[in-house]
Design a binder for this molecule. Structure first.
Ligand code: C5P
Length: 235
């Protein structure tokens, strides 16, 4: 069964506030996007790699990548789900089958470990639906607002949803199109599948697969990357 990757990279990094999409910020000498895409390109289990970028993006295709011949760039959309759908449609146009697996991975997660992807592929190989990399929540969780705590939420079954998220090309395309048709904004692929009654699997991944969201995440990512290099786990 072939496995492909779609990388939504068409966000503007509003929450980050750097005045440029956050994937172009430097991390240990290369920008975040180069780290992410170079790592995915090095994974031989992945056949086609499609990157959805903003139509205003003039940088993405000009960057030096380790294996630029492995990358296809397509225009993304207004929301993350539109960008993912654009990537999925590009895969179909290029001959991918509905039963093929697709890994959807945020461009803003440059520290993805190859071992985590191998683990995800192995655990889900025979699964009818698919699943996601995730981390169990460690802290006591509270729900509240400016007035204070409203409730303590039992953390026993709570997980942080990470990426890659792995589903079949046909089923995921259908789920995202259904969410769009219902005007439901989903922030990850699993929620689109959940809306249709599927139960995606939770596959525990490394805790250093962080998403760069706020400026202080960059310093954390630098430290985590240095540790990955020191211990030799980055590829
Ligand atoms: O903003 P956030 O970090 O949640 O975005 C997650 C991922 O979705 C990022 O990789 C971002 O580039 C991507 N995205 C996209 N198209 C959009 C919005 C976000 O590809 N319209």
């Amino acid at each position: 069964m072939a496995c492909h990757a779609v990388i939504p990279a068409a966000g503007v990094g509003k929450r980050f506030g750097a005045g440029m999409p956050k994937q172009y910020l430097p991390l240990a000498g290369r920008c975040i996007q180069q780290h992410t895409l170079d790592r995915l390109c090095a994974m031989t289990a992945i056949s086609q790699i499609v990157v959805a970028i903003s139509i205003e993006d003039t940088r993405a295709q000009a960057l030096p990548y380790a294996q630029p011949q492995r990358l296809r760039f397509v225009p993304g959309g207004a929301e993350r789900m539109d960008s993912v759908l654009a990537g999925l449609r590009a895969l179909r146009e290029r001959g991918a089958a509905d039963s093929d697996w697709v890994l959807v991975h945020d461009v803003a997660r440059p520290l993805l470990r190859a071992a985590d992807v191998r683990h995800l592929l192995a655990v889900l190989a025979d699964d009818p639906v698919g699943g996601i990399l995730a981390n169990p929540v460690r802290d006591t969780m509270k729900r509240g607002d400016a007035d204070g705590i409203e409730a303590t939420v039992a953390r026993d079954n709570l997980w942080h949803a990470l990426t890659p998220q792995m589903f079949r090309l046909g089923a995921l395309t259908h789920a995202l199109e259904a969410a769009l048709a219902d005007a439901a904004v989903v922030t990850d692929e699993a929620s689109a599948m959940e809306r249709l009654g599927y139960r995606p699997r939770l596959v525990e991944g490394a805790r250093d697969n962080i998403k760069i969201t706020f400026p202080d995440d960059l310093a954390l990512a630098e430290a985590l990357l240095a540790e990955q290099i020191r211990t030799g786990v980055q590829t």
